[in-house]
Design a protein around this ligand. Structure first.
Ligand code: NAD
Length: 436
């Protein structure tokens, strides 16, 4: 099948390469001309494990190409996936200007009966808005809602072996149903993963999934604060709670608050959509409020350690990406910490295995970006672990103590809490843990 994926970001690039891997002919199209030029040269503009090999293999096989000619790419395709960004507006709602622009281009450029597949995360009701735009095309364009659930850092696996494939489609649309079933057939062989539903339910499923996961994190972050007050340990509580098969162990980790390009904006957009319909989603509102407070937890702990005066202190930050195995720094708790430190007159030396270029683009020379973790810790008055990259799991603590100005470790992910660090001479704090 001839498929065009519009938007070659984290979702679009994985979708393009994944669909090509299953035999389709795919054009990845984007208005960012520089990004497309890099892709044409074989450069992958983002870090996502396994993506480079997948793009190279399918490019070499002639099944994957890239273009900045959006209209031309649409004209050559029967199925058009929309994977452009839907960032948060100032009022918390989703900015749909990019998806509108894609729909307008599709309406102008389609050359035959085709299917428009919405992969971007869009508020419930967007299908009605986009259909109105598509109705001006000279050919019938079927609308399908197909929200994406991949996780950055494990996106290829999520694409190839999804828990479920949600497809929102009109009951009587046999044409689009047949095409979607054929597209996803290779991912659906061992068991049926496709959940057919109406577009509004599909749109809402995506937001509720993210809100549910965000809620679990916010609950555990609140409980971690309570642990510190009452002398309990969040590790034990997490194990105890997560061992209940009704609850399960995932997304129960206390930390510096959730970030990334999805949870913050999607929880906000869900709240906004409900308000548009006269509803206050109290649980979602609390989830967001708890998270905003939690994103300041590392800074508050540092201020307490330094008696409220961080001026002139050199703080090392390990991890800038919002989670390991990605270079994505959008809404990362590390940014909240770094901004607060800079505003308070501290200096920051940071390290991240993959996000250094994005951090450099954001901060320029306002922070030091060190080539390795120990260079970041050199002469530091405190070291804060924000992102639990694997190479940070077992550092040489003796070396750290010898190169740091003060032996202060703040562990935002509780990964060092069992290492007996106080006995090694460190001041150690985690989030809701008793150990170390
Ligand atoms: N990143 C994730 O983990 C993830 C997971 C699931 C769903 N989503 C959703 O998928 C969508 C895309 O997210 P992303 O992280 O890939 O975004 P992104 O910012 O990485 O990529 C978006 C791309 O769209 C391009 N673009 C913008 N306007 C365009 C236009 N008019 N025509 C062509 N290209 C255009 C941009 O240049 C950019 O390359 C969002 O709605 C997001 O909520 C993201």
């Amino acid at each position: 099948m001839k498929i065009c994926v519009i938007g070659t970001g984290y979702v679009g690039l994985v979708t393009s390469a994944g669909l090509a891997e299953t035999g389709h002919y795919v054009i990845g199209a984007d208005i960012d001309v520089q990004k497309i030029e890099r892709l044409k040269k074989g450069e992958i503009p983002i870090f996502e494990p396994g993506l480079k090999e997948l793009v190279e293999r399918n490019g070499a096989a002639g099944r994957l190409e890239f273009s900045s000619d959006i209209g031309g790419s649409i004209a050559r395709s029967q199925v058009i996936f929309c994977a452009v960004g839907t960032p948060m507006r100032a009022d918390g709602g989703a900015d749909l200007s990019a998806v509108d622009a894609v729909a307008e281009e599709v309406a102008r450029s389609v050359r035959g009966e085709s299917v428009f597949v919405m992969k971007s995360t869009v508020p419930v009701g967007t299908s009605i808005r986009i259909r109105r735009i598509l109705a001006s095309a000279n050919h019938r364009v079927h609308y399908v809602s197909n929200p994406e659930f991949l996780k950055e850092g494990d996106a290829i696996n999520d694409f190839m072996r999804p828990d479920r494939i949600v497809i929102g489609i009109d009951d009587n649309d046999a044409f689009a149903r047949d095409i979607m079933a054929r597209i996803y057939h290779p991912l659906n062989l061992d068991k049926n993963r496709i959940l057919w539903m109406d577009p509004a339910s599909a749109e809402l499923t995506k937001y509720v999934s993210n809100a549910m996961l965000a809620m679990r994190i916010s609950l555990m972050n609140e409980i971690a604060l309570l642990c510190e007050k009452v002398g309990a340990d969040i590790h034990h509580v997490r194990h105890g709670v997560g061992s209940d098969s009704r609850i399960g162990p995932k997304f129960l980790y206390a930390g510096p608050g959730y970030g990334g390009s999805c949870f913050p904006k999607d929880v906000a957009a869900l709240i906004h959509t409900a308000r548009d319909h006269g509803l206050e989603l109290e649980l979602a509102i609390a989830t967001e409020r708890v998270n905003q407070r939690q994103k300041g937890v590392l800074f508050r702990k540092l201020r307490a350690i330094f008696d409220g005066d961080l001026r002139g202190k050199r703080i090392a930050v390990w991890g800038i990406a919002f989670k390991p195995r990605t270079d994505d720094i959008r809404e990362s708790p590390a940014l909240t910490l770094i901004d607060a430190l800079l505003a308070d007159g501290a200096t920051v030396s940071a390290h991240d295995p993959e996000a250094h270029a994005n951090a450099r683009a954001l901060y320029g020379d306002r922070i030091e970006i060190a080539p390795d973790p120990y260079a970041a810790a050199q002469g530091a008055d405190a070291l804060v672990l924000v992102t639990e990259w694997r190479p940070y799991q077992n550092p040489d603590f003796e070396r750290l103590r010898s190169i740091m100005n003060r032996p202060i470790l703040l562990d935002g992910r509780n990964i060092w809490s069992n290492y007996g660090l106080r006995a090694l001479g460190f001041h150690y704090e985690g989030i809701g843990v008793r150990g170390s």
